[in-house]
Design a protein around this ligand. Structure first.
Ligand code: MG
Length: 167
C-alpha cells in the first residue's frame, strides 16, 4: 500500500471535575456516565475524549484546532453542546476539505469513570460519529499529577486521515 496522502494527527484535552453537589452530568467518549460522580466543568459538556479526538482529526487534516473551528468560551459554537454532534460537524469539515478519516485511538487518563464496562459502547458511539474505527483505552497515573489527585480527566487521541486523490 502506498502511504501517499496518509496524514496523522494528535490531540490532547483536560477538564476539571465540577464541585461535588453541582449536579453536573458526567459525559465522556460520547456517553453519559450516570452514578459515577460529578461531571467536569466546561462551556460544552466537557467530553475530553471527543475534544482530543476532534483536535487529532483537525491536526491530521491541517485544519487548525477545536478552538478555531468552534470558537472558545461561553459564546463558542460548542457551548451547551454534547461531544457527538461536535465530532460529526468536525468530520464533515474534514471531509469537505478532501480528507477521509481512516482510524483513530483515544487514551482516557483519570481515576473515574471506570471505562472497561462501557468500552464497547464508547467505541461504537465514537466510531459511528467519526466515520472510522475508533478504539478507547484508559489508564490512571498511579496517584500522580492532577488526574491522579482526582482533580479532572484528560485524554490523548491519535487520528489517521487519507487525502482524497481528487482533492
Ligand atoms: Mg475541551
Amino acid at each position: 500500500m502506498s502511504m501517499d496522502g496518509v496524514r496523522v494527527g494528535q490531540g490532547f484535552d483536560a477538564h476539571r471535575f465540577a464541585a461535588p453537589g453541582s449536579g453536573r452530568e458526567l459525559w465522556l467518549a460520547g456517553l453519559e456516565w450516570p452514578g459515577q460522580g460529578e461531571g467536569v466543568e466546561g462551556d460544552s459538556d466537557g467530553d475530553v475524549a471527543v475534544h482530543a479526538l476532534i483536535d487529532a482529526l483537525l491536526s491530521a487534516a491541517g485544519l487548525g484546532d477545536i478552538g478555531g473551528l468552534f470558537g472558545v468560551g461561553k459564546s463558542s459554537q460548542g457551548a451547551g453542546q454534547h461531544g457527538i454532534p461536535m465530532l460529526e460537524r468536525t468530520v464533515a469539515h474534514v471531509r469537505a476539505h478532501g480528507f477521509e478519516p481512516q482510524s483513530a485511538s483515544v487514551v482516557i487518563i483519570g481515576n473515574r469513570p471506570k471505562i472497561g464496562p462501557h468500552r464497547a459502547q464508547a467505541q461504537e458511539a465514537l466510531s459511528r460519529a467519526a466515520g472510522c474505527p475508533v478504539t478507547v483505552t484508559a489508564t490512571t497515573t498511579d496517584g500522580m499529577g492532577f488526574t491522579g489527585a482526582g482533580e479532572g480527566i484528560a485524554a490523548i487521541a491519535n487520528a489517521l486521515v487519507l487525502m482524497r486523490s481528487d482533492r
